[in-house]
Design a protein around this ligand. Structure first.
Ligand code: MRU
Length: 364
């Protein structure tokens, strides 16, 4: 993905086998800073503190974290160290299933009887392969999802207005993004699009990250407060909603960033198609329904404080926005029931949000 004309991915290696590089997403859009990971502990901190975030990216970061741990481990105790690192990483954030998916992928390959050198090599290739797979999945999501945008444009002969929530873009996914992949492809193919970007309180991933990504790519977009979507839908200003997912259960229920459910309700009431774009690594085939999903509760300070660019200080600056002492609650995700989801856009095609629908694409 382009930043100032240079192609970046959200995670990469740069010649040093002991260092994995990520973009520090806490600093965007005010500062572009590269952050080095050298151990599983670094990867854990980066995930927990949201240096990296977004379901596919935290999975890939965990896989690289386990490789780094094997690389730096004590030659006599390397396997135990990797296993302990796996438990640490899984606990970093509970809602996105991609973390479990990536850690399981590595643990299934871990052979404590084999040589450490061989295993370091194997874990390196596994992490690289997972990153490439996520990129390929997102590219395929784009190729399937573009049909929805093209159909609306051909029917209406005007720019297609798409609303999205949070950041399900390339920053969340190594490259392309999930919700954004069809949008980037449509834009690149000359289909006129305009994106309504929910700011996505409390951390403002929409205002800070999605707007940044779309702007760097040149995609027309407008940031709106989280409460504006319903109004815009009532007034015919939204043709299509596309969001991402942190965990989709077997029956098609979708956990995504807090506020997604309200957008789905408003879309349903206004008969606007509401699609969820997700790679199969975000489907929890072991979980029957959304009620079972653990919802992450994050710290109050994310609600009580807000960060932005101070024109006065010419630097990022935090301010308290609540009366001192007022408590705040901060559930990070909500579950949109399958009945409100028009369809799932996956790397294998578009299907209804239901067990039967998912089975048509993912036999196993
Ligand atoms: O808390 P975050 O920023 O990790 O939440 C991210 C989201 O909710 C995304 O929409 C989701 O991970 C899908 S990413 C393709």
């Amino acid at each position: 993905m382009r930043i100032g004309g240079t192609h970046y991915r959200a995670i990469w290696m740069d010649g040093d086998p002991g260092v994995v590089k990520v973009i520090d997403q806490r600093k965007l859009p005010f500062e572009f800073r590269v952050y080095d990971l050298r151990s599983a502990k670094d990867a854990h901190e980066a995930i927990a503190d949201m240096v990296v975030r977004g379901a596919p990216l935290i999975g890939v970061t965990a896989a690289f974290g386990l490789y780094l741990e094997a690389h730096r481990s004590d030659p006599n105790d390397w396997c135990q160290e990797v296993k302990e690192a796996a438990s640490l990483l899984i606990a970093a954030r509970p809602t996105a299933v991609n973390l479990q998916y990536a850690v399981d992928l590595v643990l299934n390959e871990l052979n404590c009887a084999g040589s450490r050198e061989g295993m370091v090599e194997r874990l390196f290739h596994l992490a690289m392969q997972l990153a490439e797979e996520e990129v390929r999945r997102c590219a395929r999501i784009g190729e399937h999802g573009i049909s929805l945008i093209r159909e609306i444009h051909e029917r209406t002969s005007r720019p297609v207005n798409i609303l999205t929530h949070c950041n399900a873009g390339w920053l969340a996914c190594v490259d392309y993004g999930t919700a954004t992949a069809p949008i980037y492809l449509a834009y690149d193919q000359g289909i006129p699009v305009h994106v309504w970007v929910d700011e996505t309180r409390p951390r403002n991933q929409g205002a800070r990250l999605t707007a940044y990504e779309l702007g760097e790519h040149g995609v027309p977009h407008t940031v709106i407060v989280d409460n504006a979507g319903g109004h815009l839908m009532q007034h015919g200003e939204v043709d299509l909603v596309i969001v991402g997912s942190d965990r989709t259960t077997r029956n098609g229920d979708v956990a995504n960033k807090i506020g997604t459910y309200l957008k789905a309700l408003a879309a349903y009431d206004n008969k606007i198609p509401f699609y969820v774009a997700l790679p199969s690594s975000s489907i929890d085939f072991n979980m029957t329904r959304g009620e079972e999903i653990e919802i992450e509760n994050r710290k109050q300070e994310e609600v009580t404080y807000m960060e932005g660019w101070s024109e006065h200080l010419r630097a990022p600056h935090q301010v308290r926005i609540l009366p001192e002492g007022s408590p705040a609650a901060n559930p990070g995700f909500d579950v949109t029931p399958a009945r409100l989801v028009t369809g799932l856009i996956t790397e294998k095609g578009i299907c209804p949000a239901s067990e039967d629908g998912i089975k048509t694409l993912f036999e196993k």
